[in-house]
Design a protein around this ligand. Structure first.
Ligand code: G1P
Ligand code: ZN
Length: 542
């Protein structure tokens, strides 16, 4: 039976950088999830009888939200829903399952690297048939609908058993509970030289993979330990927990500090890696050798041909604007196009679909390729393993070789979290107002060449995205970027991205803090960060 339920709009259902993210308690308001999901369906055409994919990272509210989505999907006329066992599917796995089974689209239930639990965050993101996040044209339509919605359609049906693999039914619609890992593991095996990686582990190579009590636990256990033969214990924190064990499942140097300490401690493993809540981010640390995500993107692009899935080379590289220019050097050397997009994976989808690029990445620990339409944490670790297995050398040596060939982009990101929104807005407004006066100005870090507010013209559909972050470019190629986060749920987060390029003939072994100190001072001066925020230091440095 299907009910049409009257409702009134919630005015705060605007999807951000990556779907709708709010506190769990916001999502728990009666009709809140229903309104949003119905608004998604109301913004789409032609899904009658088609397949939908649903999965999440196992955080608090995941299971309940899935049952609600199933009832709405049934009432709205979907023919079939594929759902991960236990409600678990990593974000890249959702993307792959959509593509593999030709689904109409899918829902990712996650707030990514944000903490989980009754007082923490939840999120819903809709992905389209290419497997990637809905583009802005779709998210804008969804938002407009959320502000006008007056009814939703929902089936009256009992919960299905999400833990039992196999077919079930919700009000006449088929639901298939699928193994969360199998399809994804098969895709990885088709891309990488599994025998070479197996041999690496058999030789005693040691990986420490921190799944951060989040979604990649089952993927890591299956792929690294069961399939590739890494010893038990390779995967730590490998069981997805609704509150991630009270941690932030964010693989950065603050929240993955234990892993970092292990890699810089005595008897360190050869490779340390971690992934986030929903499995799309990655952190890579060699023995005594942290790899910035921007550098990791460059190394993966330069060496991708060593993996069977990319043996004929790559078509091009895309990076988000704040990501360092390290990948640009690789693209230049390989004679490949390099695209600079706004922050957020959704901007890569069109480029990948058009075959313009193969590898994409963001400074926020996201790298991925044309194999799916999301960034992919486990994929990045496997590509590193494949490269290490072929080159038979360590991470630190690979980095040193890379910088000796291309030069080094010293890089850091400073986050000022939980700033009052009006203060953060005032900082950005003042910066924007000063843009015209900046070129020619002499700072602690040298002379400013240009300054602008980044705008992007998508080369495939000519759509334009404005106001994507303030860029201050120096005469020596150094760069400061300021933007506000679009994924937070409390106040505002100011992100400051700092980059300095050192040519291969320069000093490639400086401490990052030292290399960037003049730029950090200039940033303080130009934006009066402490004046606006009342904070004298960032809350997170990555
Ligand atoms: C952040 C990252 C961005 C990433 C997004 C989703 O967005 O900066 O690169 O795509 O999370 O994982 P932000 O909070 O900066 O808007
Ligand atoms: Zn994520």
């Amino acid at each position: 039976m299907t009910d049409s339920v009257q409702t009134t709009p919630f005015l705060d259902q605007k999807p951000g950088t990556s779907g709708l993210r709010k506190k769990v308690r916001v999502f728990q308001q009666p009709h809140y999830i229903e309104n949003f999901v119905q608004s998604v369906f109301d913004s789409l055409d032609g899904f009658a009888g088609k397949t939908l994919v649903v999965g999440g990272d196992g955080r608090y509210l995941n299971r309940e939200a899935i049952q609600t989505v199933l009832r709405l999907a049934a009432a709205n006329g979907f023919g079939r829903v594929l759902v991960g066992q236990g409600g678990i599917l990593s974000t890249p796995a959702v993307s792959h399952v959509i593509r593999k089974y030709g689904a109409f689209g899918g829902f990712v239930l996650s707030a990514s690297h944000n903490p989980g639990g009754p007082d923490e965050d939840f999120g819903i993101k809709y992905n389209i048939g290419n497997g990637g996040p809905a583009p802005e044209s779709v998210t804008d339509a969804i938002y407009a609908r959320t502000r006008a919605i007056d009814r939703y359609r929902i089936a009256t049906a009992p919960d299905i058993d999400l833990d039992a693999i196999g077919a079930a039914e919700v009000a006449g619609m088929t639901v298939e509970v699928i193994d969360s890992v199998a399809d994804y593991a098969e895709l990885m095996e088709s891309l990488f030289d599994f025998p070479a990686i197996k041999a690496l582990f058999a030789d005693g190579f040691r990986l420490s993979f921190d799944a951060m009590n989040a979604v990649t636990g089952p993927y890591g256990h299956r792929i690294f330990e069961e399939i590739l033969g890494a010893p038990a214990g390779t995967v730590v924190n490998g069981t997805p927990l609704p509150d991630f064990g009270h941690h932030h499942p964010d693989p950065n140097l603050v929240h993955a500090k234990e892993l970092y300490d292990r890699l810089y401690g005595p008897d360190a493993p050869d490779l340390g890696a971690a992934s986030d809540g929903d499995g799309d981010r990655n952190l890579i640390i060699g023995r005594n050798s942290y790899v910035t995500p921007s550098d990791s993107l460059a190394v993966l692009a330069a060496n991708a041909h060593l993996a069977p899935g990319y043996k004929d080379g790559i078509d091009g590289i895309a990076r988000s604007m704040p990501t360092s220019g390290a990948a640009d050097r690789v693209a230049e050397a390989l004679g490949l196009p390099l695209y600079e997009t706004p922050t957020g994976w959704k901007f890569f989808g069109n480029l990948l679909d058009a075959g313009l690029v193969t590898i994409c990445g963001e400074e926020s620990a996201g790298t991925g390729s044309s194999h799916v339409r999301e960034k992919d944490g486990i994929w990045a670790v496997l590509l590193w393993l494949n490269i290490l297995a072929v080159r038979k050398t360590g991470v630190a040596e690979i980095m040193a070789d890379h910088w000796a060939l291309y030069g080094r982009n010293y890089y850091a990101r400073h986050d000022y979290e939980a700033v009052a929104s009006d203060r953060a807005d005032a900082l950005m407004a003042a910066l924007r107002a000063s843009l015209d006066t900046l070129p020619g100005r002499v700072t602690a870090a040298g002379t400013i060449a240009t300054a602008d507010d980044f705008a992007y013209l998508d080369p495939t559909d000519q759509s334009v995205s404005n106001r994507q972050g303030v860029r201050i470019l120096f005469e020596d190629g150094s760069r400061l970027v300021f933007r506000l986060s679009g994924t937070g749920t409390e106040g505002a987060t100011i992100r400051l991205y700092i980059e300095r390029y050192e040519p291969k003939t320069g000093d490639l072994a400086q401490a990052v803090d030292d290399a960037l100190a003049p730029l950090i001072a200039a940033a303080q001066d130009l934006a009066d960060i402490s004046g606006h925020t009342g904070m004298d230091a960032p809350t997170v440095i990555t």
